[in-house]
Design a protein around this ligand. Structure first.
Ligand SMILES: *[C@@H]1O[C@H](CO)[C@@H](O)[C@H](O)[C@H]1NC(C)=O
Length: 564
């Protein structure tokens, strides 16, 4: 699958949407309105009254006492939530992190309106990032009743495990916190080689960082009206892959109740220790230090390490194709922290949690339309599939009604079959792999609610490929602003879907069931019918090539090819 992987790698997950701090908000801070004593009016279920007359019913306020000390927050122009930026863990370079013992602002700041610096990554200026980055932003709804016992939604950003941050576009959690009446915590974890390729140490440091974020939240959320036992972990793209790694980590199970995976690249699987060791050896060779020389390793500059990481990213696929071109840095099934692949390559464990799993209609659209910007004629398409998958598998693909060149287009050099290739990439890397996962999760005791977005909001950066801006296209990442309620100038369909998803998430956070009054029933998957709900349209989505026995059967997923 080298060629398709090549195209996907170059484009799919590397949308260069680097952290763009929510700086526009810094100038918009407003004085917190004077305390309004909770009167009888505030007990009436009248949203406008609650919103404007009863903004502070006890908690939260700009200062909150927690077991770790006083939290200082900042109100913003939205006036529906207060945000608290906080450092949740300390970590020395390439050492395991430890949860903080006192509340402090990120990066040694003293101004509670300051936002955390991103974790070290390529493509950011050195002043925008830090290795001291184990921070999160808590968004606490202002309309919180005393003893509310709010659930918490923890959000993990995407970025192929080597870029992104809690301050990326659209990730302001105020609206989501308000609409779901929950605490939203947008977290960071160590990225790239900093989080996964310690020269002489354990791997999965970034996964352990996320676990420490959850431990920190269990300690502090009660001070903000939260319930420590109602934590749901959610993420998109690599953020969802990190959630999947946590689902595969026995020691993490007690830290959260349920999970939401949006657009997880499940086709890749996690890394095996064999592949990880191959990549580790190469990475260590890029450093001018021996792996046991801590003084030398600690003396390296951040940018020296990022340069070595770029060499690793560029060479990984050649060293071991199981690493994939798209995402060679990812969690490792190390047998100690992560003990199962969560694929059918190893016995699938018994599970019990309720999870919500979604993909978007055109996951591969950015890649395919970006990679073949001038169109794709049927002969080139057929040759491409044959070279990528080999004759036998290509035969299965090209004779499948979902991917076959329509008879009227055969031999027509002007015909453009990019929609077929885009569907194939979407099905392979995301859609059908997620459907297969849903079946396995269900079969082994858990509950899955599976959905597909057919309405989205073009995420910043996706406008680099015009297909993603066309009406009806829903490219990778286009679900993010819908869920957060941060679509700029939403149209009616976007506003409606935001309302629906937030109502569903509100229920899911509390009950593990994403059904809300006024919206269509969302049935859980069964092993024979995954019941994929159309998000933004009526009914359930057709299986297409995700029927049992095609992908994962006659056409293998990558995790099957490489036994991951
Ligand atoms: C070939 O495809 C182009 C683009 O779809 C179309 O306009 C044209 O009519 C087709 N030619 C034939 C002979 O079908």
């Amino acid at each position: 699958m080298a060629l398709l992987k090549f195209v996907l790698s170059a484009l799919v997950l590397c949308t260069p949407v680097l952290a763009s701090p929510l700086s526009h908000r810094d100038g918009d801070l407003v004085a917190f309105p004077p305390f309004v004593h909770r009167g009888i009016l505030c007990d009436l279920p009248i949203p406008i009254v609650q919103k404007f007359l009863c903004p502070r019913q006890g908690t939260p306020s700009l200062t909150v006492n927690t077991p770790l000390g006083t939290a200082h927050g900042a109100a913003d122009a939205s006036d529906v939530a207060i945000r608290y930026s906080v450092k949740y863990a300390n970590a020395q370079r390439w050492q395991e992190s430890s949860v903080v013992t006192s509340w402090s602002l990120p990066n040694g700041k003293t101004d509670p309106t300051a936002l955390p610096l991103a974790c070290a990554q390529d493509g950011l200026s050195s002043s925008a990032m830090s290795e001291d980055c184990l921070s999160m932003i808590l968004y606490v709804p202002k309309r919180v009743a005393p003893n509310a016992k709010l659930p918490t939604l923890v959000w993990v950003h995407g970025g192929s495990f080597h870029f992104g941050s809690a301050t990326g576009p659209g990730l302001d959690g105020s609206n989501l916190a308000d609409a779901t009446n929950s605490i939203v915590a947008v977290i960071q974890y160590r990225l790239g080689v900093f989080g996964f390729f310690a020269p002489n140490g354990p791997t999965n440091l970034g996964v352990k960082d996320a676990m420490n974020a959850l431990r920190f939240l269990k300690t502090v959320v009660p001070s903000f009206g939260g319930d420590s036992n109602q934590i749901t972990i959610a993420g998109q793209s690599a953020g969802a892959s990190l959630i999947r790694a946590l689902l595969a980590t026995p020691s993490a199970q007690s830290l959260f109740k349920s999970a939401i995976l949006q657009s997880d690249t499940m086709d890749y699987g996690m890394l095996s220790t064999g592949t990880k060791n191959t990549l580790q050896t190469f990475f260590n060779q890029q450093l001018p230090c021996s792996a046991s020389d801590n003084a030398c390793l600690n003396g390296l500059s951040t940018s020296q390490i990022i340069d070595a990481q770029l060499n690793l990213l560029g060479s990984a696929f050649g060293l071991d194709p199981a690493s994939t071109q798209a995402e060679p840095i990812r969690p490792v099934v190390d047998g100690t922290l992560i003990t199962t692949t969560l694929t059918d390559s190893t016995p699938f464990p018994a599970v019990s949690k309720s999870i919500l799993v979604s993909t978007v209609k055109d996951e591969a659209g950015f890649t395919i339309y970006g990679g073949f910007s001038g169109g794709l004629d049927p002969a080139t398409y057929t040759g491409f599939i044959t070279m990528t998958f080999g004759n036998t598998v290509a035969g299965h693909l090209l004779s499948n009604v979902n991917y076959a060149v329509p008879p009227s287009d055969v031999g027509n050099e002007s015909a453009d079959v990019r929609p077929l290739l885009s569907q194939m990439g979407t099905d392979q890397v995301w859609r059908c792999a997620n459907w297969q996962f849903a079946r396995s999760w269900t079969q082994n005791g858990g509950k899955v609610y599976l959905g597909e977005y057919v309405v989205g909001a073009s995420y910043p950066g996706n406008d680099g490929v015009s297909f993603c801006s066309e009406p009806g296209s829903v490219c990778h990442q286009d679900d993010i602003e819908i869920v957060f309620g941060t679509v700029p100038n939403p149209n009616a369909a976007q506003a409606q879907l935001t309302k629906e998803m937030q109502a569903r998430y509100k229920q899911f956070l509390r009950t593990g069931i994403p059904n809300a009054p006024g919206f269509a029933n969302w049935a859980p998957s069964t092993t024979t019918n995954v019941h994929a709900l159309t998000l933004g349209g009526p009914g359930e989505v057709p299986a297409g090539a995700c029927e049992i026995g095609f992908w994962g059967g006659v056409v293998p997923f990558d995790y099957q090819l490489f036994n991951l």
